[in-house]
Design a protein around this ligand. Sequence first.
Ligand SMILES: CC(C)(COP(=O)(O)OP(=O)(O)OC[C@H]1O[C@@H](n2cnc3c(N)ncnc32)[C@H](O)[C@@H]1OP(=O)(O)O)[C@@H](O)C(=O)NCCC(=O)NCCS
Length: 175
Amino acid sequence: MSNDVEIRQSLPADIHLIEQLYPDAFPDEDLLPLVRELLREDQHVLSLVANLDRTLAGHIIFTRCGVDGRTDQLALLGPLAVAPNMQRRGIGSALVREGLQQLRAEGILQVCVLGDPAYYGRFRFAPEYGVMPPYPLPEAWRTAWQSICLLDGQPALQGTLSVPPPWRHEALWAP
Ligand SMILES: CC(C)(COP(=O)(O)OP(=O)(O)OC[C@H]1O[C@@H](n2cnc3c(N)ncnc32)[C@H](O)[C@@H]1OP(=O)(O)O)[C@@H](O)C(=O)NCCC(=O)NCCS
């Protein structure tokens, strides 16, 4: 990866470029309503941008969620986007790893994601069975629901993930 990649928390001034990034990275899916809503949820989200050579190259959001009556233990990863002409340079991986490190430092125990196991497996995400997504997933997506534990030796979390309003749209959890 280029040494010129800078990862930092997003700023209000980044929103214009973030809004250009998502349609490029997801040409068949409109994630902008979700992204805009999440970026308004300051207290719930960790939003990181990657700048390569001073150009916005990638963005990731982690949403702090609840489970089993607790609100300080778990986060949901997504969305994650890297500009098509800057993919396969380690930028997506750097965003995931930096986010996991920051969440671990603040005491988050576990991070869930609904995504391609072929990609998230490289960070040691594995199928999650104890924490259930807020809406039932189709069987074909079962292995796409994954998580990673950030602290060893913790009892497994159990229950249904309680998400803030931007994630309470069933369509986000269905094909
Ligand atoms: C997925 C995505 C974020 C990866 O970002 P990136 O900066 O290219 O990722 P990295 O450079 O860190 O890793 C690239 C590696 O991941 C692999 N990869 C990328 N997308 C993958 C996928 N969906 N499934 C499996 N592997 C994938 C690449 O083949 C590459 O493998 P290699 O290192 O063996 O060559 C980026 O491709 C993207 O924005 N895609 C479109 C949007 C998307 O699918 N987002 C993820 C939503 S869950």
